[in-house]
Design a protein around this ligand. Structure first.
Ligand code: DGT
Ligand code: CA
Ligand code: ZN
Length: 573
């Protein structure tokens, strides 16, 4: 999938244009295009020109650039821009949170040439001696450098999973495999992964291995064995494939799904029961008699446990819960009845109400909430009162013509730096769903940011706190916020917390989701759709919810229309 590489190029182009002081609209167009391409679950190489042009921010010019990258691996305009900007400066731009203006300042005043230089000077507080640079900026830069370095060994799930699934479908097509599944952290839906672990059964392991190491996306073969091979594919992702015997498949799947700490706990239980559990099967210790291993359930059954879903296997209490018969009945994708975070053409989305409703119905939903950005977010053409009220009228008129589906009115309002929202209560009270989110002032202190979120949760008309921690996996850390206090505020006011299912957000994360559930705070799992196929990201949000032990009853948009409306009504003063 080329999406990430192209998105990164466009984003770099925006940085370079900014350094050169070019037209702000041009810069924004590149940024917006980058963001939207990165969020697509579908490979741009497989999209028609028409589909590309439907992506917000992508016109004829960028379509041509995408095609050129596809064909030549290069974008001419990017190469040209890069040559016009000093190399050291371009390196600084790779640090998350360090914008072009600041990078230029450092480059010119401090002659910083690489990331190590930058780190050293930030630690020595040399950066904050420059005008306009605060100590907080130094802290943010150090965090950015840490993210950058960490990002090299763990990749975001949302980047790796589509590529892993592509490999699976190619293998299914070209290799003589019987069973073929993902294992490891991907199967557990962990938010970042180190590599892709694939497990298969086959009568001809040799041929499977040979097809695998010759797949078109393979860039390097690390190991080519008779039943195990390792390769590196485009984007620097390592993929391991193992072929095992059918009678061991379940045991191997349990073993290679992990997590390691979950496996260790299982093996301890086995020892106490006079059993031996490994990747080949479950055996009786005293005579090595084979008791099972063909199916994954065997492993749990023979240890006297109910089946534990992969998303729970982190040794976070799931073994105890299984022993005591109190595992959660986990939420499933099919439980979701609608999506409460959807953008239209009115702000930075790219579709009409009609198109969105059609796509939502195809996914079996009963409702969606239209939540365009509001006026504080100029880059996203946020709606002012007047435009929002127009949209509201349009939604009501459209609703009157719908049967068996409900469009909810809404907005995604900005929680401003001074804790106020960018639309007045008289407007908000007319909406069914109000999402409140932070889109600015990420560098503020923990105290201030926490206060912003707490006060938003206290506003009588806010329904959901959206993407509450502001992170972008592998790119931008969460802002500094005391989520415990935000949760306490949400509990007091009965507000819901979002799991934003956009694959690079996954915000809140799994541990916060678990905490929310423990505190009895309702969760809303939403895709933040701007382009139709982003509706399909719901599975990411549901999986994070499952990693947070959520059940159907914990999630407001797993309710049917009537029950959701009842819940919404009770929330209002
Ligand atoms: P990752 O790759 O860091 O994202 O996370 P995993 O969980 O995929 O870890 P990985 O790829 O090293 O190994 C896959 C699974 O294999 C792991 O979840 C559990 C199992 N495994 C690997 N090494 C060991 C080990 O030394 N002991 C045990 N018990 N299990 C192991
Ligand atoms: Ca792995
Ligand atoms: Zn949004």
């Amino acid at each position: 999938m080329l999406n990430h590489q192209i998105a990164k190029l466009f984003d770099d182009m925006a940085d370079l244009l900014e350094i050169k002081g070019e037209n702000v609209f041009r810069i924004r167009a590149y940024r917006r295009a980058a963001q939207n391409i990165d969020g697509l679950p579908k490979d741009v190489a497989q999209m028609t020109d028409e589909e590309l042009l439907a992506i917000p921010g992508i016109g004829q010019d960028l379509t041509a650039k995408i095609r050129s990258y596809q064909e030549t691996g290069k974008i001419e305009a990017y190469e040209k821009l890069k040559n016009e900007v000093p190399e050291g400066l371009a390196v600084l731009l790779s640090v998350p949170g360090l914008g072009p203006k600041t990078a230029k300042l450092f480059y010119e005043k401090l002659k910083i040439k690489d990331v190590d230089d930058l780190e050293r000077l930030a630690r020595a507080h040399k950066l904050s001696e420059l005008p306009g640079i605060k100590e907080k900026t130094e802290e943010n830069i150090l965090r950015g450098i840490a993210t950058l370095k960490r990002g090299k060994d763990r990749l975001p799930l949302g980047r790796v999973l589509p590529q892993a699934n592509e490999i699976l479908s190619e293998l299914r097509e070209k290799a003589p495999v019987q069973q073929l599944v993902l294992a490891g952290s991907l199967r557990r839906w962990k938010e970042t992964v180190r590599d892709v672990d694939i497990l298969a059964t086959s009568k001809e392991p040799d041929r499977v291995m040979s097809v695998f190491v010759h797949l078109p996306e393979v860039r390097e073969v690390l190991m080519h064995g008779p039943t195990k091979s390792s390769v590196v594919i485009i984007g620097g992702i390592q993929v391991d494939l193992r072929v095992v015997e059918g009678k061991s498949f379940g045991a191997a799947l349990a073993y290679f799904t992990g997590s390691k700490s979950h496996n260790i706990r299982l093996r301890e239980m086995a020892v106490r029961a006079g059993l031996k559990v490994n990747e080949y099967g479950v055996f009786r210790e005293k005579d090595d008699a084979r008791l099972g291993g063909e199916r994954e359930e065997d492993v749990y059954r023979l240890l006297g446990l109910p089946y534990i879903a992969p998303e729970l296997r982190e040794d976070r209490g799931e073994i105890e819960a299984a022993m005591e018969g109190r595992l959660p009945k986990l939420l499933e994708l099919g439980d979701m009845r609608g999506d409460l975070h959807v953008h239209t053409k009115q702000s930075d989305g790219s579709h009409t109400l009609e198109e969105l409703v059609g796509a939502a119905r195809e996914r079996g939903y009963e409702y969606i909430a239209i939540t365009d950005h509001t006026k504080g977010l100029g880059v996203a053409r946020g709606l002012n009162e007047e435009r929002l009220l127009d949209e509201l009228r349009e939604i009501r008129a459209f609703n009157a013509r719908l049967t068996g589906f409900r469009l909810l009115t809404g907005a995604e309002v900005n929680i401003r730096s001074d804790c106020t929202l960018d639309l007045p209560d008289e407007v908000l009270r007319q909406l069914d769903v109000v999402l409140a989110s932070v889109h600015s002032g990420f560098g503020q202190s923990r105290e201030r940011i926490t206060k912003r979120l707490v006060s938003a949760a206290g506003n009588p008309y806010v329904t959901v706190i959206a993407h509450p921690t502001g992170r972008l996996i592998g790119e931008r850390d969460a802002y500094d916020v005391d989520m415990e206090r935000v949760f306490a505020a949400a509990r007091r006011s009965g507000k819901a917390i979002e799991i934003n299912a956009y694959p690079l957000r996954l915000d809140i994360n799994d541990t916060y989701a678990k905490r929310a559930r423990e505190m009895g705070i309702p969760v809303s799992i939403n895709t933040d759709t701007h382009v139709l196929n982003q509706f399909d990201s719901m599975i990411y949000g549901v999986s994070i919810g499952r990693r947070g032990w959520l059940e159907k009853s914990d999630v407001i948009n797993a309710r049917n229309t009537g029950n959701l409306l009842k819940w919404l009504k009770k929330l209002r003063p």
